[in-house]
Design a protein around this ligand. Structure first.
Ligand SMILES: Cc1cc2nc3c(=O)[nH]c(=O)nc-3n(C[C@H](O)[C@H](O)[C@H](O)COP(=O)(O)O)c2cc1C
Length: 445
């Protein structure tokens, strides 16, 4: 039997599946109630965490216009995940809540103060998804003319993370003494300035906030390029990855663990979760029919092209739908934008880095689920596949997301009350929480 694995849920503060037969009655997600229900369902199913994705612009990568993204509602509109994460933490007792904050847009001081406060509010259940942003429109919202190139982005991100970490460490764990005899709240000798702020972020410190329960919230990262992976290996407690099938998943996990060892870290301190999007039904036929219905949805192709244009920085809407994709390196030649890892997954590159010869139309249909594994079937069948993949990959777990971009309570119930109980009966996932913090959940097994 595979050792137990971890479960996270990947979503964002955006619309739910508002135009589907099982759309939520309320209609609007903006008061946070929909996501609160999601968080409670995930906690009942003993998930480790929910991760709130973010982007800081309404991208026009698809065809040079914002129309597709706004019409389909997949990446815009979206609200700020940080306040939502406070709401979700208040609505739960155990679930980890990870919020995405870009090193491009947030000054380290404000970011450190924010994640420290969230970690205190949640009693130590906060994570920071460290992203460097991938879109010129995001850079322009940060006051830059264009996105810096990938190496500069990651170099700046490294300095940013080092400063955030130094700020989080600027309060010793025992700095708050609350000594009634001397009327001393905090011992000033245990609160210090930042020693060596980098040239891009000359921050003095100390932080205004007291040390939070985890001290340092859980650091998450999802870079898929060689530079991105090296950055994740050096900094992340939790690596989020997407790959094509078990062999590629194993290669990606082995690689990031090797890079972590090279950076002087214990590879076992890292958890690597792979994005999966199960399509479930009471019978396999029902699941396959649901997948076919989603794929045939009138906006399915447009949605996938718009979303992956924004993710990858390549205008997929300008390419011939009936021809194969050029190699990713050629597509991104000279471009600072986009996620190489996500593009490689979309293009279904093989071990030698060659893209699939499938036409774009077919790649887009496959990418509709954006899953590391093809998971279509009954809860038992999907559990079989997850168990086998976890065994083959040596995997730490899975980050569940929604097939075909949409999220409904109906889908949440299928996973949390269909799939997860099967995994629990097999002893493959947690049936109760034993730790108090997110880092505790992730290091429990
Ligand atoms: C599962 C997953 C989740 C991600 N979430 C976000 C996100 O919320 N916001 C964002 O700007 N980038 C996100 N990214 C992009 C990465 O953080 C990274 O910036 C991007 O992949 C570019 O780096 P790369 O070229 O090294 O892959 C995500 C990537 C993956 C695979």
């Amino acid at each position: 039997m595979a050792r137990p694995f971890h479960l996270g849920w990947f979503t964002h503060f955006g619309p739910d599946e508002w135009d589907a037969p099982f759309a939520s009655a309320g209609g609007s997600p903006w008061d946070g109630a929909f996501h609160t229900d999601l968080a409670r369902a995930l906690e009942r199913a003993c998930f480790d965490l929910v991760l709130l994705e973010d982007s800081l612009a309404v991208s026009a990568e698809a065809g040079g216009t914002r129309e597709l993204l706004l019409r389909t509602g997949v990446r815009a509109p979206r609200h700020d995940p940080a306040p939502l994460s406070a709401l979700l933490a208040a609505a739960t007792q155990h679930l980890g809540v990870v919020t995405t904050l870009s090193t491009l847009l947030y000054p380290p001081f404000l970011l450190a103060r924010l994640v420290s406060t969230l970690d205190s509010l949640s009693g130590g259940r906060t994570g920071w998804n460290i992203v460097t942003s991938t879109d010129d429109a995001e850079a322009r919202n940060a006051g830059l003319p264009a996105l810096p190139d990938r190496d500069e982005r990651y170099a700046a991100a490294q300095e940013h993370v080092d400063v955030v970490t130094a700020l989080l460490d600027s309060w010793d764990p025992d700095a708050v003494v609350m000594d009634r005899a001397t009327h001393t709240y905090a011992d000033h000798t245990r609160v210090r300035a930042v020693d060596a702020p980098g040239p891009r972020h000359p921050v003095a410190g100390p932080l205004t906030t007291v040390r939070s329960p985890q001290g340092r919230p859980v650091y998450c990262q999802a870079g898929g390029s060689p530079t991105g992976r090296a950055f994740a290996a050096r900094n992340a407690d939790l690596v989020l990855a997407v790959a094509n099938g078990p062999a590629a998943m194993k290669a990606a996990r082995d690689d990031v663990r090797r890079l972590a060892a090279e950076a002087g870290r214990d590879p076992d301190a890292l958890r690597v979760l792979f994005l999966v999007a199960p399509v479930l039904g009471e019978t396999e036929g029902e699941a396959r029919a649901a997948l076919a219905r989603s794929a045939a949805h009138p906006t399915a192709l447009a949605t996938t092209l718009a979303k992956f244009s924004a993710y990858t920085g390549v205008d997929l809407t300008a390419l011939d739908l009936d021809a194969p994709l050029p190699p990713p390196a050629q597509l991104l030649a000279g471009s600072a934008r986009g996620s190489l890892g996500t593009l490689a997954k979309f293009a279904q590159v093989d071990d030698e880095g060659r893209p699939s010869t499938k036409p774009l139309r077919e790649l887009a249909a496959d990418a509709g689920t954006n899953s590391s594994l093809d998971l279509v079937g009954t809860p038992e069948q999907v559990a079989d596949q997850l168990e086998a993949a976890a065994e083959e990959v040596g995997g730490d777990g899975f980050l569940v997301t929604t097939p075909f971009h949409r999220l409904s309570r109906h889908y949440v119930v299928q996973v949390t009350e269909g799939l997860v109980p099967v995994l629990q009966r097999r002893g493959l996932v947690r049936s109760r929480y034993t730790a108090a913090t997110l880092r505790g959940h992730l290091t429990e097994f």
